[in-house]
Design a binder for this molecule. Structure first.
Ligand code: PLP
Length: 393
């Protein structure tokens, strides 16, 4: 028995980070690995954001910030919510954190008691279930499939609700499936939720701008949902600022207050320089990041076309984010070049070892039939990676 807590012993390692580490290891051994496992834009941060950070250093933003973020940053966030989502949040409803990941962890820690159930439409973002478990909540996975574009139907939601249901967590655009819930689909879920006024919603909208259909809908905007939705967002994806670690929430004041209290004992305010830079990012017109979205759109089409030529890859058409999530279950039970493929993990490992392409098993996202391929990579890398995949399957 080791001396670590049951808490950490029962936690799984982030599968996406583990795959990235494994790919790095193979790379350092001299293998020519193409990494398509991480959820990280491959663009440089726009210059005006870098300038704002440099200025912040020169202006000596080097002290602790308010725990919930600088007031002027929270004002920029409030403006952003209004401009992009039609949502009105006062400054006391907003909390800035060290990445949306911390925003999510804060919410779990302040909302969940032992045994509270959290509905996770699967596939879901890799960390949701472990964050929920860390807070002693119980993840309740609702499996979806490619047949419904990996979206949960109102009937499925209704069936998953029990007297212990406390929350539902989902992302739209979704990591890993790229699916986007439209107005009608969210209305459908809201109709069920209106019958259950004690259920709270975490709406993770971090891929909001990486949307190829042009219509992002926030569930907080749907009748009756505002008072029980926590809208999560951040600058990692839209502004290629993953390492700057800024995320934020808008939600009911009492929840924001609790997150502020919790964060005050754990991390204090997020990085001061990154917060100042985030003001510049959020104040800029969306047109300043359009080049990234256009590029992701092009790559999505390319990847769908190339993967579509591989027999056994069954694909939905992702409407946002920068992942494809092919169903590769047709390979299960087959032997490829002497390797028996029993499940998605075997398949991802096979691609890593035989094609030198790093992807992530769908099992990490609660769907054992798929793998996730990130297309946040250059066109050249994507073409080469998919050609290699094609050659080994
Ligand atoms: N939510 C989703 C759906 C994500 O994909 C990610 C990052 O991969 C995050 C949250 C966390 O983002 P951050 O870098 O702000 O912690």
């Amino acid at each position: 028995k080791n001396h670590l807590s049951d808490r950490i012993n029962s936690m799984s390692t982030s599968a996406t980070l583990a795959m990235a580490a494994k790919a790095r290891e193979l790379k350092s051994e001299g293998k020519d690995i193409i990494g398509l496992s991480l959820g990280e834009p491959d663009f440089n941060i726009p210059d005006f954001i870098k300038e704002a950070a440099k200025q912040a250093i020169d202006q000596n933003y080097s002290s602790y910030s308010p725990v919930d973020g600088y007031a002027d940053l929270k004002q920029s966030i409030a403006n952003k919510f209004k401009r992009d989502n039609g949502l009105t949040y006062g400054l006391n409803q907003i909390v800035v954190s060290t990445g949306a990941k911390q925003s999510l962890a804060n919410i779990a820690m302040v909302m969940l008691n032992d045994g509270d159930e959290v509905i996770l439409p699967a596939p879901y973002w890799v960390s949701y279930s472990d964050i929920v478990k860390l807070a002693e909540g119980v993840p309740v996975e609702v499996p979806t499939s490619i047949d419904t574009d990996f979206k949960m139907t109102p009937e499925q939601l209704e069936k998953a609700i029990t007297p212990k249901t406390k929350m539902i967590w989902f992302s739209s655009p979704c990591n890993p499936s790229g699916s986007v819930y439209n107005q009608e689909e969210l209305e459908g879920l809201a109709t069920v939720l209106r019958k259950h006024p004690n259920i709270f919603i975490v709406s993770d909208e971090i891929y909001e701008h990486i949307n190829f259909i042009g219509g992002h809908v926030s569930i907080a905007n749907i009748d009756g949902m505002y008072d029980r939705t926590i809208t999560v967002n951040g600058v990692s994806k839209a502004f290629a600022m993953t390492g700057w670690r800024i995320g934020y929430i808008g939600g009911p004041e009492w929840i924001a207050k609790a997150c502020n209290k919790f964060q005050g004992q754990i991390t204090s305010g997020a990085n001061a320089i990154a917060q100042r830079a985030t003001i510049a990012a959020l104040d800029a017109p969306i047109s300043s990041i359009k080049f990234m979205i256009d590029e992701f759109h092009k790559r999505r089409d390319l990847v769908l076309e190339l993967l579509g030529e591989i027999k056994g890859f069954n694909l939905n058409v992702p409407e946002g984010a920068f992942y494809v999530f092919p169903d590769i279950s047709s390979f299960f039970g087959k032997t490829l070049n002497g390797t028996l493929i029993n499940n998605a993990s075997d398949f991802a490992l096979y691609l890593l070892e035989k094609a030198n392409v790093a992807t992530v098993t769908g099992e990490a996202f609660g769907n054992a039939n798929c793998i996730r391929i990130s297309y946040a990579a250059s066109e050249k890398e994507l073409r080469e990676a998919i050609a290699r995949i094609k050659a080994v399957v």
